[in-house]
Design a binder for this molecule. Structure first.
Ligand code: TRP
Length: 338
């Protein structure tokens, strides 16, 4: 049996969004929206597994609205594609419980993100952080979604989702009940790196704000950060080969290529042999030109939080209609009387 194609993805509302979230995720979502039905979720329930989102209700609500505003300002059309926060669709948590009983401790023990996030003191991590990937599987499968655009770092979590789907189908004798969701790993600029260190991912948790371009930065801040971005002493390369061992040059050229919607080769050809200073001016002009309409729209949306809340509620109603019917089937398969 083949499942109807459906895309689901989500971003966690912790701290602020940056250029990596836009180029690595959002820009691709907008493209996918034209090709397949999609659902885009703000994963506030995942956010409370992180320190930045736990015990800070005002901050969590603010960040949730900011992510929703970024989705809309970046080009997701809430009329066509439901945009909602996970906390308003209780079926995610309901299915996650059942999946907690499907997933094995051994599977979760292998999750590298938990190991990284929990650090040296695993016993002090919350149970929620441990079972985070199980909730992610529920996010996807509560809609029977088939395609999940994610970054490289989420591939292992997606494999776990497939394992859970397969084990459920098998253990409850319902072959093909859940689809095995496919990761959609997107574009060459998926991995936007830190402006301070070309070997590290651009991240909202990096302590240096100069390492990233936030979607809330104004033109002056963007220009300043690009000016200060780390480079190397050589002129810009004239071929991809010459990029080897030059992660900062590669990152800045990749960002340019992604923003300009052109290939990395074309970008290399455009700036071959030039100095970084001139290239950086071109890069900051392009970044400002591409981000300005989005950041302006985000600020306009955020000025009216009630409108964002209305969009989230209406998105949640549409999402719930699907989730309720899948949960109804799931409960019957499990043997819960409904
Ligand atoms: N864990 C994902 C991340 O950090 C966020 C996420 C939660 C997600 N649920 C999801 C992504 C479901 C895709 C589908 O990026």
């Amino acid at each position: 049996m083949t499942h109807t194609p459906l895309v689901l993805s989500g971003m966690q509302p912790t701290n602020t969004l940056h250029l990596g979230n836009y180029l690595g995720a959002l820009k691709n979502w907008v493209r996918m929206q034209a090709e397949m039905p999609c659902l885009f979720c703000v994963v506030d329930m995942h956010a409370i597994t992180a320190e930045a989102g736990y015990g800070k209700p005002d901050e969590l609500a603010r960040a949730t609205r900011e992510v929703a505003a970024a989705y809309i300002a970046g080009g997701v059309d809430p009329e066509r594609t439901p945009i909602f926060n996970q906390g308003q669709v209780p079926e995610h948590a309901e299915l996650a419980w059942i999946f907690n009983c499907v997933a094995r401790l051994g599977w979760l023990d292998r999750m590298t993100q938990f190991k990284e996030k929990s650090g040296k003191h695993k016993e002090r991590a919350s149970v929620g952080l441990y079972t985070y990937p199980v909730l992610m599987a529920a996010d996807i499968l509560v809609y029977k979604a088939t395609h999940v655009p994610v970054g490289e770092d989420q591939k292992q979590h997606l494999e776990l989702s497939r394992d859970i789907a397969q084990k459920f189908n098998n253990d409850f004798g319902v072959p093909d009940f859940f689809p095995l969701p496919e990761p959609v790993i997107t574009g060459h600029a998926t991995r936007v790196m830190s402006l301070r260190d070309g070997a590290k991912k651009m991240s909202k948790t990096d302590e240096s704000d100069n390492s990233r371009i936030n979607l809330t930065d104004d033109a002056e801040a963007i220009a300043g950060k690009i000016k200060r971005a780390k480079t190397d002493p050589l002129p810009l390369p004239s071929s991809k080969d010459e990029l080897k061992g030059r992660p900062e040059a590669e990152n800045l050229l990749s960002i340019y290529a992604a923003l300009a919607d052109q290939t990395l080769d074309a970008t290399i050809a455009q700036f071959a042999g030039q100095q970084f200073s001139g290239f950086k001016t071109a890069l900051s002009e392009l970044t400002v030109a591409k981000l300005e309409p989005i950041t302006t729209e985000m600020r306009r949306l955020l000025a009216d939080p009630a409108e964002i809340d209305r969009i989230l509620k209406s998105g949640a109603q549409k999402a719930r209609a699907i989730a309720i019917s899948v949960m109804d089937e799931v409960k019957k398969k499990v043997g819960f009387i409904t």
